[in-house]
Design a protein around this ligand. Sequence first.
Ligand code: FEO
Length: 610
Amino acid sequence: MHCLKKVTDDLTWVGANDRRLAMFEGVYSVPRGVSYNSYLLTDDKTVLFDTVDKAVRQRFLENVAEGLGGRELDYLVVQHVEPDHSAVILEMAQKYPGMKIVGNQKILEFLNQFNDFDFGSRFLLVCEGDALETGKHTLHFVMAPMVHWPDVMVTYDSADKILFSADGFGCFGALNGALFADEVDFARDYMDEARRYYANIVGKYGGQVTALLEKASALDIRMICPLHGFVWRRNLKDIISKYLRWSSYEPEERGVMVAYASIYGNTENAAEILSSRLREMGIKTEMYDVSVTPTSEIVSAAFKWSHLVFASTTYNAGIFISMEDLINDLCAHSIQNRAAAVIENGSWAAASGGLIRAKLEKCKNMDIMDCTVSIKSAVKAKNRADIIALADAIAAGFPKPKTGEEKGVDPAAMRAIPYGLFLLTAREDGKDSGCIINTAAQVSSSPLCLSVTVSKANHTHGMIMKTGEFNVSVLTESVGFELIKQFGFQSGKNTDKFADCGYDARAANGIRYLPCHVNSVISGKLTGSRDAGTHTVFFADVTQAFSISDEPSVTYKYYFDHIKPEPKPAAGGKSGYVCKICGYVHEGDTLPDDFVCPLCKHGAADFAKL
Ligand code: FEO
């Protein structure tokens, strides 16, 4: 019986999960299973995006048949011929004789290699930039070679702004009834598996992933549909920002991964002493016993941490077997841009340290520390001192914590105060306007009094000064960057921010409020104000307050972490400064102290050098 899920009105997930697979690609353990995603678009034409692994063939065929509801299948877009996505293509070609197979030249070549079938007359060859109209939708094909195989291409649906991303943005783990990343706690429960998937499947091809991300950055993408794992329809920045980092081989976190190979516990002891000392100095550590940890987990950790320490006993005059496998795997996955250190052990002829160093030296931009610790059998006082010296040398590369007396005014401390995001609206002489603010608070309960803090540069500020009335719409986590731009990055002086908004919701005071992406609305009547330099703090009696939804309020931190897109580098590699609030880029080598962002009106302190 079918088990399919709606993605949008006319797009349906027709894939399936496999929780019995022990080793994905025969090498990566998948204890939480894996999903094979396939998507069916039902437009004037019907289009299937990829098929699935043979293990879930039956469910997939039932899903496609149900999704088609008796219609013919017009197109099968093949984005990648690896058999976990192509195992059912031949059967589909036979079952749906009118179906055209859409793909690039390499896809045709690989289809012919894997199958004995004449695809020629059924094949619709596409190249970079080609488009296929299916009715309401237009599909644009973008080549993405080596994201994971040379045949890979992705597809952009410009009608619904969906990127079908092939292996890109995939994740290990079955979907467990959910489909969208926002249905689960992805950061807590799945990000490690997304990193393990990335590092091991496409980690070697950072340059090619970067090239795809650059092409994707030119597209307005509202949803990402990968071939494994969850569909992204909200907070796309969460996964795109990770891909930008992983593909550039920049570490995600400053800290030390300690991987050790120990036969009788003595090399492990050295690794423990090192990790304990680092922790005492406030440095994060993660430890892995290579004998019992799948290599894919350690490769993934190496993509995460800034410093890597390898502690290995000597075995057969070489590196201990599982440690050698790990080092070879890391080199094969192009690990680079890391600081690394080595601890060796050998009861009569220690050799593992030099051999590990020699392998790591072949990786790009590896800063291999000179102070290799060499142990004979067990850690002795001299070895312990060497390990402490190694910890100190590693710690020297980390920022030294300041004492309480040495600390000045750190803007990060101010940002730690929780703020929200609100749409503040006013009406003057029949004209509506509004702006985004981050500070609104209940001041007292009797009388029920509210304060809002508004930049004097905002047109809404002047309107409230004159009329003494306003509404606060409390924005929720579903708010998109477009709405923040609409109300936050342009002036109401010369723009009707509500033009073409399609709604006219007003509170009892006649002032507009936002009816969506909002959980409550509060109306205020001014009782006083306090000049605060660049801003005014308005105090108001609450005249009306009502709830709209139970969605969580968006915080300023949530906006930065999940909603605001990553700044793009200045075109042509020019130097400049980017506004951390709205993304405005000021080109030039210097930024005046009194610079004010022309879009969001934040000052120079909120700019970062590109
Ligand atoms: Fe999921 Fe490269 O196949």
